[in-house]
Design a protein. Structure first.
Length: 213
């Protein structure tokens, strides 16, 4: 969801000359700037030359808690992130990286919640890789602004309740297009006065609001 919105945001930016998308299937976009690379094994990017001469990388890959077995959930969340980071750093060591993490991520890996442990481990590995600039986004609930099939009942309920709930709890989550906008802008220009590499949900909301003024 966020990767697709970020992709379209990048394609619409005049300052973006080229966009490379790596995925297991086509993103369904046709654009003169876009190069699609179909790749099946996200645990091994060896042999791909797509990582060369990249200025910015947006990593939005993830899985919902409970959607896959725990071992696979860790592989998707941690191992795929590490494999991507290593391949990118080897080919484009000066690239800026924007990573989609999640609220509650625990780099100490002591949390009882698997999502928090695994996202924390991925964050820690990414920060240790040696990129000059890394921005980690920790959104709460991501409200889809476009129609989609929700992964489970909880998400269907959240989508219905969010427009009202955000009036009472404004930091509950963030709209998907605001999150994508913030990630793209951070990659291209940084985050302005937000000096920390980690942007919590409140920081992302504030940053997105500043960009839309």
């Amino acid at each position: 969801m966020i990767g697709g919105l970020a992709l379209r945001e990048c394609l619409g930016r005049p300052e973006v000359a080229e966009v490379t998308s790596i995925g297991r299937r086509s993103v369904g976009e046709q654009h003169s700037k876009l190069t699609e690379v179909e790749h099946q094994d996200f645990g091994d990017f060896g042999g791909l030359d797509s990582f060369e001469h990249q200025d910015v990388a947006l990593f939005c890959l993830g899985a919902y808690t409970g959607a896959v077995p725990d071992a696979q959930f860790r592989e998707i969340t941690v191992d795929y992130t590490v494999a991507f980071a290593k391949a990118l750093h080897a080919a484009s060591p000066t690239a800026t990286v924007c990573f989609l993490s999640g609220q509650g991520a625990d780099p100490s890996e002591r949390s009882r919640i698997a999502f928090a442990r695994y996202k924390g481990a991925a964050e820690k590995a990414l920060l240790a890789q040696g990129f000059p600039r890394v921005f980690i986004f920790r959104p709460g609930y991501i409200y889809p602004v476009t129609p989609r099939r929700e992964p489970n009942l909880s998400y269907r309920l959240l989508r219905g309740l969010y427009p009202l709930a955000r009036r009472l709890y404004p930091n509950l989550g963030i709209a998907s297009d605001d999150l994508a906008l913030a990630m793209v802008e951070a990659g291209l220009r940084g985050t302005g006065r937000h000096e920390s590499p980690i942007l919590e949900n409140r920081d992302i909301r504030t940053f997105a609001a500043e960009l839309k003024r």
